[in-house]
Design a binder for this molecule. Sequence first.
Ligand code: UDX
Length: 430
Amino acid sequence: MRIGIIGSGYVGTTVAACLADFGHDVIAVDVDDAVVGRLNDGESSISEPRLDALLDRYAGSSLFATTDYDDLADVDVVFLALPTPTNDDGSIDTAYVEAGAEALGRVLADVEGYPTVVVKSTIVPGTTADLIAPILERESGLRVGTDFGLAVNPEFLREGSAVEDFQQPDKLVFGTNDERALDALETVFAPLLDDVPVVRTGLSEAEMIKYANNAFLAAKISLVNELGNICKEYGVDAYEVADAIGLDDRIGEQFLRSGVGWGGSCFPKDVAALVAAARDRGYDPQLLQAAIDVNDHQPERMLDLLDEHVDVAGERVAVLGLAFGSGTDDVRNSQAIPIIEGLRERGADVIAYDPNRGAVENMRGRFPDVTYLASASPTLSGAAAALVVTDWPAFGALDREFDLMAGDVVIDGRRVVERRDGITYEGLTW
Ligand code: UDX
């Protein structure tokens, strides 16, 4: 199949590389010349395990990147993988998706046959039918369901394992009321269909499934964080408790790691958008709002624990971990951000380290005045305290490095550091 992918960010680049790996011919469209140039050189603009190897294999043969929407003129299926960032009130900003749909609509009339437009961007229920479809029809002069197909196919990729998640998903969601669009999606994903459950549903249901999935997972972590905060009050080990409750099939063992909370490009944005969309409809979601509140509070709790041990005004404080999670360079909504802000408010001299150099550069863009060092040892050296914010496995191997500190306080927000003699260890929820 010939497949177009509009948007070459975390999602679009992964989908482009993985669909080329399925044997399709892929055209990736992005407005950024630099991103397009790198893709055609077989390199991604993001850090994602195994992605560069795939790009390197297919760029120049079955994967081609361009800034020109006219290059989409002979595709069978086009995915819209453009961002939907957050407005001040938490709702999604659909401007990029609208602009992409407009540009796509203008070339759609020139595409032979019955092309299918597939929305991969995360959008609240009704957006595809009420916003995207009318734009595509207006710009192309064509009719949905008569001249071209329309579907919603949300992604559930985790940063740090996006390629693997694409190749071995828990489920595929095909949202469309159009048999021909459904057939097109089944051809695109044919290599997965024998092994992966497929949910065939409507446009709005598919849009909602993405939000419900992320809202459930984010709320699960906030619940386990709340339970962990209570455990800490009793001196109870929240991880032993989590392991035990995870044995109940109804709860499940995953996503029970309590700590400094969730960040990244999806959970904060999607939960806020669902809350805002529900309020817009007249329903006030109290549990999801509480999930956000608990999450916002976890970094403060980490700083409170620090305050109990040491006054950091004028002191060096080491921050270990800047990315929102391990395995990524992404610092969007990272809990390291409020941690660094809180330390600076206290007058601390913040020294930071992340094993991912991209994460360091991304955080440097946000906090240019923080000192960033290239490894854990110099970061810890002379520090009055250390705060572990990201669950990079390498932090679990730190040992004698802590002897370099001037103080001995280690506040672990992710339960990765071993308790040991010589450090005053505080786990956030244990
Ligand atoms: C998430 C969803 O998992 C994915 O399906 C969706 O498409 C996008 O959002 P992602 O944000 O990339 O993916 O990362 P994920 O690994 O899910 O972690 C999200 C956040 O939750 C991270 O900040 C992580 O540290 C935190 N987390 C995760 C916990 O605090 N505890 C856990 O037990 C699991």
